[in-house]
Design a binder for this molecule. Sequence first.
Ligand SMILES: *[C@@H]1O[C@H](CO)[C@@H](O)[C@H](O)[C@H]1NC(C)=O
Length: 219
Amino acid sequence: MIALKSLLVALSTISGALAATAEPELAVRQGPSTPTGSGNHEGFYYYFWNDGSGSVNYANEDGGQYSVQWKDSNSFTAGKGYENPGLRNITYSGSYTPGPRDHLTIYGHTQIRNPIVEFYIIEDYKYLLGNVGPKQGSVTTDGGTYDIYTSSYQSGIPEGANLQVYSVRREKRVGGTVNLANHWDAWNSLGLRIEYPRYAIVAVEGWSSSAGSATIKVE
Ligand SMILES: *[C@@H]1O[C@H](CO)[C@@H](O)[C@H](O)[C@H]1NC(C)=O
């Protein structure tokens, strides 16, 4: 991970130099995305993926902090949090300047296949995926109310998730504490069988040629 961090620092130095000497719009659009990856960084789990479109620059910063800038990306996920978190509280803070189709979400996968589930606790969004089904219920927790949705979906992730569950916060925010246990209780009380998370990160996801930036710190 030290090698990767050095590489990320080197790349951001290069792109910084390019931005200083070239026409800024072009420099960003032509710049390479930083390498995708996942793993442990200073005691936190990070996950960064993009579909190769546009430019997405992700950097692990100290402890639970990361930053990401994106431009013309059709799809990416970037975030930091915990591996095998159990149903803990996740506290985060930061700054988030999204484009028109991005969202800030607690994101992860469950432990067990059949079905492995991708979960989202969406804190702030500009655009919700079109493929969510009708509202299934709601849960009041973490100082707000979240509406619950599910969708069946064959995702591109290697594990092949085939169900997604969403809690979507009505009172959008950037920063606070999310009590995973309350969301799990609410999801399972609807008859869903959502196993414990394999990892849970505080993530930014972008869609459809979006652009923006974020710096997020997980406690
Ligand atoms: C999460 O925070 C709530 C409120 O402070 C607390 O009651 C609960 O025990 C915490 N959960 C865990 C798993 O620590």
